[in-house]
Structure formats: structure tokens, C-alpha cells
Design a protein around this ligand. Structure first.
Ligand code: ADP
Length: 375
């Protein structure tokens, strides 16, 4: 009887030593707490990043000692802290936030908190966090660069567009038919470039959390109607039947940003037209529901291969079946649409069968979207 007991104890000690070694040798900061959120263990990387000594933190209540701040520097409510969420939901939580170091400095960190559960009861939690100062700085510089470059590109582009229009419309003398055709090509290329610049600027605004939202009451079917008017030429150029239907009697009124919503609808309908063969159909359906309004953009086009479904909203994604047929495109449209809808409190998803067609759905809540702080 003695032997197995000893063996068990040695194994337990061994496992404990291994866990200890793993904890201290992690390249990221690591903090363990008990089920009440009291700090039981902290590794040297965490101490170095936060500027504390172990004795200042061990035994302390995690949320009180380790202060998390919003981007603007305000302390984050206890209920919104990832550690609280991990305890409440019993699920790991990954987030970016800011920690206040001992000397009052604001440290951007990417954190991952996992609850330790035994028979579904929390025994404690382990948080691993990483200093992301450098990534944040690179991101900021990248955004600043795109924003600056985009603004600087707009002015010469509008000069090219204006003068091309004047030439094409004969304000500077007669032009031959082939010259006119070339000028039209220049104009449509500058239009595409303008769209790309505004997409880039919008993405920069979304990523930096500086996009301005001006909520106004609007009817979503009316907003869709206006977008459809703008896109009817593109549809008729491909002999595509583009239709709009309001389904049911429930109101489609939402309080949201008119321009952003139109940008979303326009992106989805443009894609449907672009990725459908000539003479296809694109149906837009708007239905008011109790709490939200749902919009569906259906097409009977080329579809999205099943293997690519989980990448559709990623930056620069373009499916292989599309790249072969359609060379223009950036793979930024849906990434932007998703970011914009997130900001408006909406959701987006799709159904697609390659070779048969695609439907993109999005919803917007009827109550105004809460302003969400980016942390
Ligand atoms: P872009 O259209 O510039 O390539 P998007 O982000 O708007 O970028 O779309 C990303 C990709 O998703 C497209 O390249 C295409 O592969 C796929 N896609 C989007 N909408 C549709 C659609 N309606 N039908 C088929 N494929 C689509």
C-alpha cells in the first residue's frame, strides 16, 4: 500500500515542478489566481512588465492590484475585465487592453485568460499577457501613412478626372470616337482609384477607432433603393436583373449612420453584380423584424468555394474561382463591411454554393448602436 502512495506523491511533485518551470520560463507575463481572484503565482516577465516585486502582488486581489485601462486612460469596470468574464462564462477570453504599471505608465497588452475548471467549478484562472507596444506603434504608423498617402492622392486624381471629363465632353475641341473611348477608360479607372482610396481611408478609420458615426432614423429599404439607383448602370451593362423587395409589414426603420449603411449595401450589391455572369439576377430583400432589420443580397453567380468560407471577411481575401475570372479587386470590401457593421452594432453572414450563387445577409438593431470603446 505504501508504494503506490509514494509513487503518486512523487508524480504529483514532479507535475507541480514541471508546471512551475513552465510558468517561470514563459516568454510572456503569466499570473495565476485562486477561485476568488487572489494572485497565487506570478512569473518574472509579468513582474518586469508591471514594475512590481512578487511580494507586492502575491495574495492580492488581481483586479484591484492590476489596473486595466481603456484607450483614453479610464479604469475598466470590474464586470468588463477579461478575468471576470472568464470566471463568469467559464471560457477563455482574449483581448487587447492597457495595464497600469507601478510607475503609472500605460502599457498596451494582449491578454489571454483561461479559467481553471474542475467539474465545471472554477478553481482559479491563469492569465498570460504580452507587451504589444511595438505592434501598436507599427500599426499606428501604417495607418498614418495610408491616411496621408490617400489624402495626397485624392487631389491629383480629381484633376485627372475633371480634365478627362472636359476633354471627353468636347469642351476643348472635337474628339474622335477612339479618343473618346480612351477618355472613358481613364475616367472609369480614376473612379475605381477613388473608390479604393475611400476604402483605404475607411479601413484606417475603423482600425484606429476614429470613424465618426452620425445616427439618424432611416428606412433601410429606402436606403437600399437609393444604392440600387446608383448601381443600376453597372447592372445593366451586364444585363443583370437587379430588384428590390420589402418583405412583410414590419417597419424597416433603424437609427443608424446613413452614409455607412449605404457603403455596406453598395459593397454587397457591387460584389453580387461583379461576381455573377451576364444576364444573371441580383435580388435585394429587406425585412423588418421585432428588434432588427435584416437585409439579404441574393445572386445566382459564381459562388464562394466551401474551402474558403472561413476566410471571406479577412483582409485581402479573394477566392481562387474569382481571381481566375476577375482581375480587378482588392479583397478589402468585405473586411471593411464587417468592420463597419461591427461599429453599427450589426451582424453579417452568408450562404454560398460554388457555381450556384451567394446570399449575404446583414442585420442592424432597431435601437441605436451603443458607442463602443476600443480598448
Ligand atoms: P474584392 O471584391 O475587391 O475582391 P471583397 O472583400 O469585396 O473584395 O470580396 C472578397 C472576395 O469574396 C471576392 O474576391 C470574392 O472571391 C468573394 N465574394 C464576395 N462577394 C461575392 C459574391 N457575391 N459572389 C461570389 N464571391 C464573392
Amino acid at each position: 500500500m505504501e508504494k503506490p502512495h509514494n509513487n503518486n506523491r512523487t508524480r504529483l511533485e514532479e507535475e507541480r515542478a514541471q508546471a512551475e518551470a513552465l510558468f517561470s520560463s514563459l516568454g510572456d507575463g503569466a499570473i495565476a489566481t485562486d477561485q476568488f481572484g487572489k494572485i497565487t503565482r506570478i512569473n518574472s516577465v509579468a513582474l518586469e512588465l508591471l514594475g512590481y516585486s512578487a511580494s507586492e502582488l502575491i495574495g492580492e486581489w488581481f483586479p484591484r492590484r492590476i489596473i486595466a485601462l481603456t484607450e483614453k486612460g479610464a479604469p475598466i469596470n470590474l464586470i468588463d475585465r477579461p478575468i471576470t468574464q472568464a470566471f463568469l462564462t467559464g471560457k477563455p477570453v482574449n483581448e487587447k487592453t492597457f495595464y497600469q504599471t507601478k510607475d503609472g505608465h500605460r502599457l498596451p497588452v494582449s491578454i489571454s485568460v483561461s479559467p481553471i475548471l474542475l467539474a465545471n467549478k472554477p478553481l482559479g484562472a491563469i492569465e498570460v499577457f504580452r507587451d504589444i507596444t511595438l505592434e501598436e506603434e507599427i500599426d499606428r504608423m501604417k495607418s498614418e501613412f495610408i491616411s496621408l498617402a490617400s489624402h495626397q492622392l485624392r487631389t491629383p486624381l480629381s484633376a485627372i478626372k475633371t480634365y478627362s471629363h472636359m476633354l471627353a465632353d468636347g469642351y476643348m475641341g472635337d474628339v474622335t470616337a477612339p479618343q473618346k473611348k480612351s477618355l472613358r477608360t481613364i475616367i472609369s479607372a480614376t473612379n475605381r482609384m477613388n473608390e479604393l482610396i475611400s476604402t483605404l481611408l475607411n479601413i484606417t478609420r475603423i482600425e484606429s477607432g476614429t470613424i465618426a458615426i452620425t445616427p439618424k432614423i432611416l428606412q433601410l429599404d429606402k436606403a437600399a433603393e437609393e444604392v440600387i439607383k446608383d448601381l443600376s448602370l453597372a447592372a445593366s451593362e451586364k444585363s443583370i436583373r437587379l430588384t428590390l423587395k420589402k418583405i412583410g409589414q414590419t417597419s424597416t426603420r433603424v437609427k443608424t449612420d446613413n452614409l455607412i449603411v449605404k457603403e455596406v449595401i453598395s459593397n454587397l450589391i457591387s460584389n453580387a453584380i461583379k461576381y455573377t455572369s451576364d444576364e444573371g439576377t441580383v435580388r435585394v430583400e429587406v425585412r423588418g423584424r421585432a428588434r432588427d432589420v435584416i437585409v439579404g443580397v441574393h445572386d445566382n453567380g459564381w459562388g464562394i468555394p466551401a474551402s474558403a468560407h472561413d476566410q471571406v471577411f479577412s483582409k485581402f481575401f479573394r477566392a481562387t474561382n474569382i481571381v481566375k475570372r476577375e482581375t480587378t479587386g482588392t479583397g478589402l470590401g468585405l473586411y471593411l463591411v464587417k468592420g463597419l457593421l461591427d461599429r453599427l452594432g450589426g451582424t453579417i453572414w452568408f450562404e454560398s454554393v460554388e457555381g450556384k450563387g451567394t446570399t449575404f445577409y446583414f442585420t442592424l438593431p432597431k435601437a441605436a448602436a451603443k458607442v463602443r470603446l476600443k480598448v
